[in-house]
Design a protein around this ligand. Structure first.
Ligand SMILES: Nc1nc2c(ncn2[C@@H]2O[C@H](COP(=O)(O)OP(=O)(O)OP(=O)(O)O)[C@@H](O)[C@H]2O)c(=O)[nH]1
Ligand SMILES: *[C@@H]1O[C@H](CO)[C@@H](O)[C@H](O)[C@H]1NC(C)=O
Ligand SMILES: *[C@@H]1O[C@H](CO)[C@@H](O)[C@H](O)[C@H]1NC(C)=O
Ligand SMILES: *[C@@H]1O[C@H](CO)[C@@H](O)[C@H](O)[C@H]1NC(C)=O
Length: 413
């Protein structure tokens, strides 16, 4: 382009603009996660992908992260609800996400891209040979697919498969990539080896965090502000049923997460115990780190007494039978029970967020061992400025000997 410098005229200006546009080409990163993974692990994978996009944007192209629509989650079982193709805006504040890294909804991508086409799908996988010499190292290589591809060619040569329930979407190319390491390990491949404008990473959860619980992790986590309508429902419920407001509880919230920096220990929380009691698949396996209902209730009573709390809010995925038993053992229990209309409006994901929001504002919280649902509550409380002693607690199994408590991941600004 240097040669044009001498023809200084209007045409030249246009050329310069075109050059600049070409130099910072918009490229799209799409991703998906292994189907059985739940809502809260997917929130964690988002953090890894946001980190990758930040790395990609440091050099050259103008990468944008395309948000994978929510749906077909194993746990979202409310009958008569069609929970598919749900945009992120229903659960999270898009402007908040965008203040961290450029993101767009999938339908916006279709519009910008001129159709439901994804240039290249990279299916991430491990190495067929495992760790060579028993040594773990970061690496990435194009390799033949190990498992049977979940995509198949149609008669026009396009690949069809699961694209979040968008049946018209198809891919121009699908190949496999063996990768082990942190998310940004594949950045050079996306920058140098692949020229396609839109690239989708399938099985994105196989990539690790660039730097778990570091500053960048927390920036992205803080940007994952729940959608305002869900927070309002939660706040309303707190004030009506738990006598809890941000003013009295010292949990001020800023619509703009970049301005929020609560002093650790400054949050007091509503005068209630917050409980996340994970059941279903957590008890089917007879895990020894998960309590019986009786065991959980005993712990709840002792915590209420110890912290002088006369109310308890319980978030749980327990089935009807267990709920009945729980209510018998703990008659004064407070739960968020959505009406049919509310459930239709918020869906299972929105109700889970409301539950998490209410738990996040409790004076004292106790969750379930290694539940990502509980982990997300820990983070929310860390952001709000709770004393870690009131947050990083979990139930112990009835016969569990060493009941290690959750790790405190301190927020970094
Ligand atoms: N409303 C509500 N839903 C819950 C609760 N606990 C679990 N769920 C539902 O069950 C799903 C499973 O939990 P996940 O978000 O996948 O996280 P997890 O509990 O760690 O489970 P795994 O990641 O599968 O180990 C959630 O997405 C919710 O749909 C709860 O307390 N309230
Ligand atoms: C990317 O390109 C480089 C250089 O051409 C090559 O050595 C490397 O194997 C390629 N990586 C992948 C994953 O294709
Ligand atoms: C698909 O991608 C692979 C790997 O980048 C490339 O070698 C191949 O030529 C591509 N196929 C088509 C049809 O574009
Ligand atoms: C509600 O909270 C306020 C302020 O914390 C307190 O003064 C009041 O007594 C509480 N009301 C009830 C009914 O508990």
């Amino acid at each position: 382009m240097i040669s044009f410098v001498f023809t200084f005229n209007a045409e030249f200006s246009v050329l310069v603009i075109v050059c600049v546009l070409l130099l910072s080409l918009v490229r799209y990163l799409l991703y998906d996660v292994n189907p059985p993974e739940g809502f809260n692990l997917r929130r964690d994978v988002y953090i890894r992908m946001a980190s990758l996009v930040k790395t990609l944007r440091k050099e050259g192209d103008d990468w944008v992260l395309v948000l994978p629509p929510w749906g077909r989650l194993y746990h979202w079982q409310s009958p008569n609800l069609h929970q598919i193709r749900i945009p992120w805006g229903e659960f999270f504040s898009l402007t908040s996400l965008q203040a961290n890294v450029p993101v767009i909804e999938y339908e916006e991508f279709i519009a910008e891209n001129g159709g439901p086409f994804i240039d290249h799908v990279l299916v991430l996988q491990n190495y067929a040979e495992g760790w060579t010499d028993g040594k773990w190292e970061e690496k990435v290589d194009e390799r033949p697919c190990i498992e049977k591809l979940m995509y198949s060619k149609d008669k026009h040569g396009y690949y069809r498969g699961w694209f979040w329930g968008y049946e018209e979407t198809r891919a121009r190319n699908v190949t496999c990539l063996s990768a082990q390491g942190h998310a940004s390990v594949i950045a050079p491949v996306l920058q140098k080896n692949i020229t396609a404008t839109s690239v989708m990473l399938d099985r994105a959860e196989t990539l690790l965090h660039d730097h778990y619980a570091g500053k960048d992790y927390w920036n992205t986590r803080r940007s994952m502000v729940f959608a305002k309508h869900l927070r309002l429902i939660g706040d309303n419920f707190r004030s009506r049923h738990l006598n809890s407001t941000d003013e009295t509880d010292h949990t001020p919230y800023s619509e703009d997460w970049t301005r929020m920096k609560a002093k650790p220990g400054s949050a007091k929380g509503g005068s209630y115990l917050g409980v996340h009691l994970r059941r279903k698949d957590f008890i089917w396996g007879h895990r020894e780190d998960v309590p019986s209902l009786k065991g959980a209730v005993k712990k709840i009573r002792s915590l209420m007494k110890k912290h002088k709390l006369d109310k308890v809010f319980v978030a749980t995925d327990a089935d009807d039978e267990e709920i009945k038993e729980l209510k018998k053992l703990l008659p004064d229990i407070v739960r968020f029970e959505p009406s049919t209309e509310d459930l239709e409006l918020f869906k299972d994901g929105g109700v889970a967020i409301i539950d998490q929001w209410i738990c996040a504002h409790a004076r004292f919280f106790i969750g379930t061992s290694v539940s990502t649902f509980s982990f997300r509550i820990h983070e929310e409380r860390e952001i709000l400025g709770f004393d870690p002693k009131t947050t990083y607690n979990r139930f112990c199994g009835d016969t569990e000997k060493e009941c290690e408590q959750p790790t405190h991941w301190k927020i970094v600004y």
